[in-house]
Ligand binder design. Sequence first.
Ligand code: TXA
Ligand code: MG
Length: 326
Amino acid sequence: MRRGTDLDAAITVLREGGLVAFPTETVYGLGADASSDAAVARIFAAKGRPVDHPLIVHLGPGAPLAGWAAEVPAAAQLLADRFWPGPLTLIVPRGPQVAAAVTGDRDTVGLRVPDHPLARALLGRFGGGVAAPSANRFGGLSPTTADHVVADLGDVVDYVLDGGPCEVGVESTIVDVTSRPPALLRPGGVSREALEAVLGVRLAAPTAASPQVPGSLPSHYAPRARLIAVAPGELAAALRDVGAPHLGVLATASTLAAATLPAGVQRLALPDDLAAAARRLYAALRELDAAGVDVIVAALPDEVGLGAAIADRLRRAAGPRDPGTS
Ligand code: TXA
Ligand code: MG
């Protein structure tokens, strides 16, 4: 593995069918040439990800969508014009340039134009699409620094582009624009409120007919420690009930200040500001893991704006674990 800020080296790796970890404004991605089945197969192998869990295709700013999308629904164009580059993924009918392995042969594909200077430069100069999931082992915590990537996947990535810590810190919002009204498949960096203001309609909830988002499986985005997610007012009681030897608590600074917590609990304070809390979320969970706690009790934020994405990730981290995926 090599690591640095050498775009030429990263592009050479992509052209040769290798794996480049790169920063986006949300989390680091593990990228490969989205038009090459062989290159994309390496992503699934590196992550230990089941091949039927589709990947997002990342494009440079202003890249033509023709070829990547078979059709660009009006709602997709509206959202792309307003939120790209940015933390929004649009599920559209799949175009012919997308290798079948990217989507597990589905007829839809997730497209996103990320907003990070290194990602924009990489994608712009590469010219093609880069298929990329978050650069972590399947089911685990997404990486928000190059150090996280190296710790998780250092042995299997050819080049790690180091762009510093990610600004947003939680993954992109996923909207399925093939259904009417469009459906919110995963809350993320763009809030539901902002999307609905642009569309002028309420986003639907995913239905049985919606494309499946394996990130929505209960066991995902999980630290090593068991996680319990509760309302802020229930923190103290939950900590008393768990009774594990090494307990951690994750909550905003003001929630921690207001709670009477048992002695000996490892505290990790998130900023009260939601954007700052999202930016810190995954690193904070990694720090609690590194501190050796057995159980993390986390306070759920109000589900407005970025709070919806934070609460979603904490609930999924708290979900039942399949030993095969966590
Ligand atoms: O912010 C992000 O979205 C990051 C950065 C690297 O762009 N990427 C990311 O990728 O979170 P990943 O693979 O960890 O999560 C992508 C989610 C998965 O849950 C996948 O199932 C869903 O997007 N997805 C991709 N293509 C889809 C499709 N055609 N239909 C439904 N869901 C899809
Ligand atoms: Mg992921």
